[in-house]
Design a protein around this ligand. Sequence first.
Ligand SMILES: [Zn+2]
Length: 259
Amino acid sequence: MIQDSQHATVINRGQVSFLHFPVFDQYPEVVACFAMKGETDRYYDYAPGNHRKELWSELGIDGDLVVGISEQIHSVNVARVDDARCRYTKLDGLVTNRRDIFLTTLVADCIALLIYDPKNHAVANLHSGWRGTLAKMARVGVQKMIDEYGSRPEDLICVICPSIRRDDFEVEREVKDDFARQFREIADEIIEEVDGHKFMIDTVACNKYMLEEMGLRQKNIIDTGICTVCANDVLHSYRANKDTEKARRNLALIGLKSC
Ligand SMILES: [Zn+2]
């Protein structure tokens, strides 16, 4: 179950269920959502029988203008998208300032960061799982917006989509050590040692830290606060569902429509 909050509300419409982000309500050009399996176990990934068409029609967008990444590889490769017909592969982030191009990533426990620049009218969709977090995708993605569109970090608004959260993200010692190395300044905050041999990591805190480090305002970093493992009745979670669901994924989308 997901309770509506000030940062994310559940929309159930006919065949589809998705999270809506009220922070974008004041910007009519923004289309953004995080698709849920909802009560009827719909899904929107690449598997045959997905319910993408229904989702596009509920969002009022043309499916031909939706851009996905055919292979996400936990990298920090970010592509500028100027043409929805091109193929984007072996990447983990997309940026565009074109209207009527809608950027998507697929996640099931990994973090999707949806970023909007209201001044330069540009967006980014970044896949930042634990590997991407270690490789600092949040920094690379914001830098890409600066380089491509002249974005100023203080203008950017970033939604942190539902993802695995600290209380469910237990890692091996080596992974813990990698986080301690990459995030030395905040290691005490992001790593929790339990019983001397279990390590819990707060990857959301790492991403918030990087966004702030890049210059985003704290008030513009909008964390949905939703854990995919805890809410796996309505969201796909790799850790919670890997045995039963063949690791289906949630679809995160952002784009600008012509107003
Ligand atoms: Zn949880």
